[in-house]
Write a protein that binds this ligand. Structure first.
Ligand code: M6R
Length: 611
């Protein structure tokens, strides 16, 4: 949601800003703009709609300067129009501001400014920032001081950056509970809401704590903390490769990311093994120390796809460790009478590490004394920094809005977390734990095998591309996979789809089934295989069309289903990682056939950083 970029110290800055915004497009937006400090003051260009609209005007005017800020806006306050696009400016147009987040007390501040004669030209909560910074500058403050004083008046979550026509070469930014990362260059400095925008320029990044203000000039970054005291913040080198954020010959990031899953899952497995790669070892569990023994309950909190991974984790932990598990939508958890405390482990699961609902749930649980272990893909993200310890998934940057490789890496990390937990608590012997390593090593080949059926999945997808509704059924560890299959389809193809536990079908959804209803059933070997076959019969008896995900060569399923999506067989516990692949492909090809915008589906943002 909203992408932010800022650069100081590079010539041709307007082109860099456009390229930076393009690499943040995946976050979701509906208008875009840049502001460049030029010889004549500030040049601000904004357009509603896609970046191409802004790019066209920037290419024509090419404002020249070495300092600038850019923004992609996902509308919250005010319609997605040019008038409400960022950067927003103060009255004399000497200050330009970009902002991610929500200023909750903006109405009060707006009234106060209006009472002093300020005229507003947008409907955004952001505009107050430009006027407040401008007022501070007029009183003699430096840009950094002006941003700090403004931030002290704000309630809500935000990251905002400002430039001023009267402060050449300077960018100032403050962060409070919204994503922001700084890029450290030799002769230039950068800010962005996510790493992909920085990767072409530098791999050295700095994270800010909440309340920090950073002042960037070419090649220097000065940080002051919430009390205004100058502080050092760590600079770390990120190991993501710039090619990972390029399409590399694929039409869509989503397909590239689907195909990257075997290697991403292998890398995540390697991360959860001991140095000799023989034993499962999750160092994050060490962080719990003696508290590990006292954990009586675990709650996984997450949103969307990550919540589906949490459901699978419930299956793993309850089966392997015998600890009671809840799985909660973060947006629900945070508003309930929360069950948290020192003997209640909270595990946030988040690809981005910046989903606001998940972060708020973490903060509340932490305040109640719960230990926190995050399962997160982005190192140094807020979730990683705020947890007691993290299990890092190694999906690399995920750009497609529809999560794919982040999900499968979460599944495997959660499975390995459950195994190590079971062993540490005596529910599994060391030998039993080690026996699980080989099947995990073979997993990548099974995932590659599932991908080899791509062409067949495409044919089935094209056959069903005009369906109006879909039902996805699964049981046990494959119930979350059914939910995920349904979510993928609705996200990128806009076809209504529901996921259900297959055994629950008789209690309602069966009423929907007729000859026009494709039903995807996950029917791979496992404890509930025969039960699922019975469910297939129930669908067939009502003329529903069954598309079954089944083991390669499974004649029983083949004889009962209308269509099959075959996959290699793996242990049931890890079968979700393989079974989800044909479902991801099915959604992809249906969306492609329907001409949908696969990587940036309408209304969706990759990283949901507001409530
Ligand atoms: O970054 P997170 O894992 O916290 O994001 C959670 C959800 O917003 C995300 O999984 C969303 O549901 C995806 N669009 C799913 O494809």
């Amino acid at each position: 949601m909203c992408g932010i970029i800022g650069v100081t110290g590079r010539s041709g800055v307007s082109r860099l800003l456009i390229d930076g915004l393009r690499s943040l497009e995946y976050r979701g937006y509906d208008s875009a703009g840049i502001a460049v400090q030029t010889e004549d003051g500030l040049t601000v260009l904004r357009r509603a709609g896609k970046l191409a609209e802004l790019d066209a005007v920037v290419s024509e005017l090419e404002p020249f300067g070495t300092v600038g800020i850019g923004h992609t806006r996902w509308a919250t306050h005010g319609a997605p129009t040019e008038r409400n696009a960022h950067p927003v400016v103060d009255g004399p147009e000497r200050v330009a501001v970009i902002h991610n987040g929500i200023i909750e007390n903006h109405e009060v501040l707006r009234e106060e400014l209006v009472a002093t004669g300020v005229e507003f030209r947008s409907d955004t909560d952001t505009e107050i920032l430009a006027h407040l910074v401008s007022r501070e500058l007029a009183g003699g403050a430096s840009l950094g001081q002006a941003v700090r004083t403004t931030a002290q008046r704000l309630e809500g979550s935000y990251a905002f950056a400002a430039i001023s026509a009267d402060h050449p070469g300077v960018l100032a930014v403050v962060r409070c509970q919204s994503p922001l990362i700084l890029g450290v260059g030799d002769e230039a400095s950068y800010l962005a809401s996510d790493i992909p925008a920085l990767l072409p320029h530098t791999k050295r990044v700095m994270s800010l704590d909440d309340g920090d203000v950073a002042v960037l000039t070419p090649g220097t970054i000065t940080v002051t903390d919430v009390d205004g005291v100058e502080v050092e913040r760590d600079v770390r080198t990120i190991n993501w490769d710039p090619v990972q954020v390029q399409k590399g010959g694929y039409r869509h990031f989503m397909m590239k990311e689907i195909e990257e899953q075997p290697s991403a899952v292998s890398a995540t497995i390697a991360q959860c093994l001991s140095e000799d790669a023989e034993h499962i070892r999750i160092p994050a569990l060490d962080a719990l120390g003696p508290r590990l023994e006292t954990i009586k309950r675990i709650t996984f909190v997450a949103c969307g796809t990550s919540w589906h991974a949490g459901l699978a984790a419930k299956f793993y932990v309850e089966n392997l460790c015998g600890i009671p598990v809840d799985v909660d939508y973060a947006s629900e958890f945070r508003y309930r009478q929360m069950q948290a405390g020192p003997d209640h482990l909270i595990v946030p699961i988040t690809q981005s590490g910046e989903t606001l609902d998940t972060l708020t749930a973490v903060r509340q649980a932490k305040a109640a004394g719960s230990p926190i272990i995050a399962v997160v893909n982005v190192a140094e993200s807020s979730a990683d920094r705020e947890a007691d310890a993290s299990v890092l998934t190694v999906a690399g940057p995920e750009i497609g809005v529809a999560s794919t490789k982040a999900f499968t890496t979460q599944l495997v990390a959660l499975y390995m977390l459950a195994l190590d937990l079971a062993s540490r608590r005596g529910a599994l012997t060391r030998e039993q734990l080690d026996e699980r390593v080989q099947p995990l090593r073979r997993l990548r080949f099974a995932m590659e095998g599932a991908l080899r059926h791509k062409e067949h999945v495409r044919r089935i997808a094209y056959h069903f591309s005009q369906a109006r509704d879909f039902l996805f059924l699964g049981r046990g560890v494959n119930y979350p996979i059914a939910l995920e299959g349904a979510l993928k389809l609705k996200e990128i193809s806009y076809i209504h789809a529901e996921g259900y536990p297959a055994g629950e079908m008789k209690h309602g959804p069966i009423a929907l089934i007729d000859a026009n209803m494709p039903v995807v059933v996950i029917a791979t070997p496992g404890r509930v295989y025969d039960k699922v076959l019975a469910n297939i019969q129930e669908v067939r008896s009502r003329d529903g069309q069954v598309i079954a995900v089944c083991a390669e060569g499974d004649e029983r399923v083949r004889s009962q289903a209308d269509h099959v999506l075959e996959v290699p067989v793996v242990d049931e516990d890890i079968s979700g990682l393989v079974n989800v692949i044909p479902l991801q492909l099915l959604s992809y090809y249906i969306a492609e056939r329907r001409g949908c915008d696969i990587d940036q589906p309408r209304n969706l943002a990759k990283s949901v950083t507001v409530e």
